[in-house]
Design a protein around this ligand. Sequence first.
Ligand SMILES: [Zn+2]
Length: 219
Amino acid sequence: MAVTTGGIIKTVGITIAFGLISEVCYQSYLWWKKKYRTPIPKKKKQECEVLFFPDNRVACKSHFIGEGCGKLGCHFSHEPNSLSKLFEYLTKARKSLDVCVFVFTCSSLADILVEAHKKGVVVRVITDDEQVDVSNSQIWKLRKEGIIVRTDRSSFFMHHKFVVVDQAFLMNGSFNWTNQAITGNQENLMITYSTDLVQQYSQEFDKLWKQFNPQNFIS
Ligand SMILES: [Zn+2]
C-alpha cells in the first residue's frame, strides 16, 4: 500500500493531538489533586516513657549527671535505673522547672533543682504545707538557695506529683520525691511531650501558683 503525504500528515497530526490531550488531562489531574485532595497529616512525634519504681538502689547523681563519681566503693547505683533517667530528664531544663510534689525529702533531687536555679533556670516549687517540716524535708534548703516554694495552707492535701520542664514535656505519676518512693514503693512516673497535656498541666500549675501566693493568706 502506497504511503501518501496526506496520510503521513494525518498520522503525525493525530499523534500530536493525542499527546496534547494526554498532557492537558495529566496537568488537570495534578491541579485537582493539589487543590482538593486532603493532605495526609504527618505523624506527630509523640515521645513518651514511663519510669517504674522501686529501684534496687538510689542512683549516683555524680556518676550520671555530675563530673563523674570518684568514690571507691560508692554505695549508690552506677547502673542506669529509673532515678538516673529522672536525673537526666530534669537536667534537660534550660528555661523553667515547675515542680508540684506532695513530699520532698530526696537530697539528690533537691540538689538538681538548686543547680538548675544557679544556672538561671526559673525553678518554682509547690508542695503541701504539712510536709514542709517533715524529717529530711528539702524545702528549707531550696528556700535558702533562693528558690520560691509555695504551699496550700489547707487541711486537705496538695497531692499532685508532676513537673513541667521548659513547657516542653511533662512528668506525672504517683512518685513522691522521697527515698522511700525511690527504693521501696511501687510507683510510676510518666513522661510525655504531648503539647495538649503539657499545656493543661502548665495552666494548672500557674493557677495553683497564683492561688498559693502568700499574699492571699494575709488576714
Ligand atoms: Zn557513685
